[in-house]
Design a protein around this ligand. Structure first.
Ligand SMILES: C[S@@+](CC[C@H](N)C(=O)[O-])C[C@H]1O[C@@H](n2cnc3c(N)ncnc32)[C@H](O)[C@@H]1O
Length: 473
């Protein structure tokens, strides 16, 4: 899978790293040259740029996608290939425009000979099938683009067993294995369905030659740089254009960057793009999965309450480093843990108000249980990693890690930090258990039945929460 990054209405895949050009370069080299590379725009290119990229650029020039006015050109940059400003570029200035006839998306596939067999397939599968077919056609309209598309990226789905062992215990490892399984199953299904002719959930998948040479940078903190506009798309034609504007003010020689996706965690980025942002703590995340067990005596009631509040039998909570817990996490935890003398809150007379009650501590037993359960889960998850945070940090400080090891170390350190943060939050909560105010106390206060000397209802002293229940329900 090549990397995918999100745009307002679409995503686009990338041709990848220069290190992967060698095989392409050799294969192109042995075939007759498609045309003489001598246009003005080509003279501006660094002669060290791999020949397939030069040929691709020439093709873009010939097709009118690149002109003398185009303010960027491809260069070799730390991220592989990238686009570099030829002159100063103002913030918001249009950097490139690619007419619709060059886009590769499910609509484009539908208009080709394989359109019929692709009808009804998932968008990523029809695009993948199309790419496979075009790759082997000598007369493909996209052949110069195909020649710069990568065989693989640093996405974890391409990692060897040995490389994957570096992310042992991480959520990223299980996601990676699930994605590989999913792709394999889909491949088998397609193979069975279509004899002779293959971020996966993305409905608006699109490949845009030229635009997908743009790299990501954390300095860009907005995502509104990609637009579909109508404009001139050739000598006499007018069409939809995929347009990218510069989110930053650039000086000549600066690289043109965009922001791929502000909401992705480092694990998402590792899987989708094959790189991470180790210094952006909010990208370090861990997903807590909570479930109302079917064997719970109050399963039906709990499920009903969860569903009435937009949650379900299983709920996923993404916890980010340095950020507070998602607001529904604690009420959901309290709901799942609700039992014994607290179960009266599950009765239907409380149905409209119960979520409000769950937003505050219910009882000491309930609060203690959620602390224990979460802390045990954190400890168990932490024990599955084969390194400590300190060991990972030392490796990062020493540097000299391969790009994949850098991802592995960054991911496992990040996940552990988040788990540690969750454990710290619930450890502190545990220490406060005696000071918290619980449901019964609040209720008595509401009823004006709590005096300075303790809980008194109609003169009878209340000793246990069971007594309270009898009095209050
Ligand atoms: C859309 S392509 C961009 C062009 C790509 N650099 C190339 O050589 O073809 C996206 C890929 O570029 C690389 N990339 C982009 N931004 C990066 C970054 N900030 N750090 C590391 N790699 C990056 C990743 O391999 C990513 O999957």
């Amino acid at each position: 899978m090549a990397s995918v990054f999100s745009l307002p209405s679409s995503s686009f895949l990338c041709p990848l790293k220069t290190k992967r050009f060698r095989t392409k370069f050799q294969s192109l080299h042995s075939s007759p040259k498609p045309f003489l590379i001598n246009s003005l725009q080509l003279k501006e290119l660094d002669p060290n740029i791999p020949e397939p990229v030069q040929t691709f650029w020439k093709w873009l020039c010939d097709e009118g996608v690149v002109s003398a006015k185009t303010p960027v050109k491809p260069e070799i940059v730390p991220e592989g290939l990238g686009l570099v400003a030829k002159r100063d570029i103002a913030k918001g200035e249009t950097v490139l425009e690619v007419p619709r006839r060059f886009w590769i998306n499910p609509d484009a596939v539908a208009d080709t000979e394989i359109g019929n067999v692709c009808t009804g397939l998932k968008p990523w599968i029809s695009v993948a099938l199309f790419l496979l077919r075009e790759k082997w056609r000598d007369d493909s309209k996209w052949k110069y683009y195909m020649a710069v598309l990568p065989e693989s990226t640093d996405s974890t789905i391409y990692w060897s067993e040995e490389e994957l062992s570096e992310i042992q215990g991480t959520q990223l490892l299980s996601t990676t294995l699930s994605v590989k399984d999913y792709v394999q199953n889909e491949f088998q299904k397609v193979e069975e369905e279509i004899k002779g002719i293959f971020s996966l959930s993305n409905q608006n998948l699109i490949l845009v030659p030229f635009a997908d040479l743009t790299n990501h940078n954390a300095r860009v903190t907005t995502e509104d740089h990609a637009h579909e506009v109508r404009g001139p798309a050739g000598l006499f034609s007018w069409d939809l254009l995929f347009s990218l504007r510069s989110p930053l003010k650039l000086k000549a020689g600066d690289q043109f960057f965009i922001q791929y996706d502000l909401n992705k965690s480092n694990a998402d980025m590792a899987l989708d793009y094959g790189f991470i942002e180790p210094s952006t703590s909010a990208r370090d995340a861990f997903t807590l999965t909570l479930e109302i067990s079917e064997s719970d005596d109050f399963y039906e009631d709990k499920l009903d309450i969860a569903e009435s509040n937009g949650l379900g039998e299983t709920a996923y909570f993404d916890i980010k480093l340095g950020q507070s817990l998602p607001p529904f996490l604690i009420p959901y935890l309290r709901l799942v843990a609700l039992s014994g003398t607290d179960a009266f809150l599950l009765e239907s007379i409380f149905r409209n108000a119960v979520w409000g009650h769950l937003e505050l501590p219910v009882s000491r037993a309930n609060e203690e249980l959620i602390c224990n359960v979460v802390r045990d889960a954190c400890k168990s998850a932490l024990s599955a990693y084969h390194t400590t945070i300190e060991e990972d940090e030392k490796l990062m400080e020493e540097g000299n890690l391969s790009s994949r090891l850098q991802i592995a170390v960054g991911i496992r350190a990040g996940e552990k930090k988040v788990l540690q943060q969750i454990d710290d939050i619930f450890r502190e909560r545990e220490l406060e258990l005696d000071e918290l105010e619980y449901y019964q106390e609040r209720r008595l206060k509401d009823l004006g039945l709590v005096g300075a000397r303790g809980y008194h209802i109609l003169g009878a002293k209340i000793k246990t929460s069971a007594d309270l229940m009898i009095c209050l329900v």
